[in-house]
Write a protein that binds this ligand. Structure first.
Ligand SMILES: *Cc1c(COP(=O)(O)O)cnc(C)c1O
Length: 395
């Protein structure tokens, strides 16, 4: 058993088990001429709450999308009510301060000097590579074959050449195949999207700029037990982190951090006569996700966040141990950061997945080999139940 009993009340408001109880309604086919008024709520409850996948269901173990704690829902609702725009500091005094506090509290875990929030690590990666290109006069990005598609997008948008480096069997960058980095920005993964592999951080510093894509596994830095997995990350020039992944935030919440934030700002600041202060980064109007993250950090404290993240990882390790006991299963990797890949020995991955509840697992490919993928971000996952399902399918 995982040693830390998770407090279920953090998550449950609408019980996923009662979701079938929502009355079935039909969504109007067309934009109604007359407004539906309060009836809207009935339709939307039936649709939005009644037809969702509940990420806190005990059988959901598939993706990097966590269930969100109630404190985050409350803050998200207040945010929607107030609709503060961080583009205008004078109209969002506390929201601006909330983001500054969050960045201030988080940057130290990564040895960075500052940064800002943005809507996802796709944007964070683009932002960091933009700054890298313009401060260092770089025209090439070097990244492994298992890098996230957002790196391909950034290269295309920024008109930079992208060199893809082959990977080792675990999905991490093959150090021997890294080309000359003299005029390049090197992107290393702290947790690849497919297998959670962590690239060799001894490569940091060999390029003109090193960006760490820690969208997923950056959260390990908040744990006492596992933060050393990311040792060396503090030597990077920039880091991306998706708070809507392993920091249990609602979307769209992410952070880009810089070693030299002042210099980075010189590239990313745009003034305009209708703005009281310069617009920094890619987004213009920007919501107050810092408020939600700040509340979450206050609610749990350092110790609570540590336990929450470590709890997920321990669940993954528990699942890994149980998978290894199943003879008809080939396990691909020990989950260093919560992702476990495996495959049935005598059944195709697609067939296996089709026999299981939707949302239990996802799939991915490494070197053209397909795997079942589990991501342990749901603290409510019931490992014993999930393993029972796996065994039943293999029978
Ligand atoms: C999820 C992910 C991204 C993209 O982050 P979004 O927040 O979805 O935009 C980038 N890199 C890695 C490694 C990821 O796992």
């Amino acid at each position: 058993m995982n040693d830390f009993k998770f407090n279920e009340n953090l998550y449950k408001a609408v019980d996923f088990i009662t979701k079938e109880k929502f009355e079935k309604v039909i969504l109007p086919q067309e934009f109604p001429k007359k407004g539906l008024g309060e009836n809207t709520l009935k339709i939307m409850a039936s649709k939005v709450l009644g037809e969702a996948t509940y990420l806190d269901s005990p059988l959901v173990f598939a993706h990097m999308d966590p269930p969100t704690p109630w404190i985050a829902w409350a803050m998200a609702l207040w945010n929607a009510r107030l609709n503060q725009n961080l583009l205008h500091k004078e109209l969002s005094p506390f929201a601006t301060q909330a983001e500054e506090s969050v960045i201030d509290w988080i940057k130290g875990f990564f040895g960075m000097d500052g940064g800002h929030m943005c809507s996802g690590s796709s944007i964070a990666n683009l932002t960091a590579l933009w700054v890298a290109r313009d401060t260092k006069n770089i025209d090439t990005i070097v990244a492994s074959e298992s890098s996230h598609i957002s790196i391909d997008k950034a290269a295309k948008i920024l008109n930079m050449k992208l060199i893809k480096v082959p990977i080792n069997n675990d999905g991490s960058i093959d150090k021997k195949s890294v080309p000359n980095l003299k005029n390049a920005c090197l992107v290393l993964n702290a947790g690849t999207t497919c297998s959670g592999a962590i690239d060799d951080f001894s490569l940091i510093g060999q390029a003109k700029w090193t960006h760490i894509d820690a969208a997923y596994a950056g959260a390990l830095k908040f744990t006492s037990e596992y933060s050393n997995i990311l040792n060396g990350i503090e030597k990077a020039d920039s880091i991306s982190l998706s708070a809507h992944k392993w920091l249990y935030q609602p979307k769209d919440s992410a952070i880009v951090l810089f070693k030299d934030n002042k210099k980075a700002k010189e590239v990313m600041s745009f003034g305009s006569d209708y703005l009281s202060s310069a617009n920094i980064g890619i987004q213009g109007s920007k919501g107050a996700n810092g408020v939600v993250l700040l509340a979450t950090l206050l609610y749990f404290g350092k110790e609570g966040i540590d336990r929450l993240i470590a709890y997920s990882l321990k669940n993954a390790l528990l699942f890994y141990d149980k998978l290894k006991e199943i003879e008809q299963i080939e396990v691909f990797n020990k989950p260093i950061c919560g992702i476990t890949l495996f495959r049935p020995k005598n059944m195709a991955v697609n067939e296996f997945l089709s026999k299981l509840p939707k949302g239990m697992f996802s799939k991915c490919k490494i070197k053209d080999k397909e795997f079942v993928r589990s991501v342990a971000l749901n603290p409510m996952a019931d490992i014993d139940e999930i393993v029972k399902f796996v065994n039943n399918v293999l029978k």
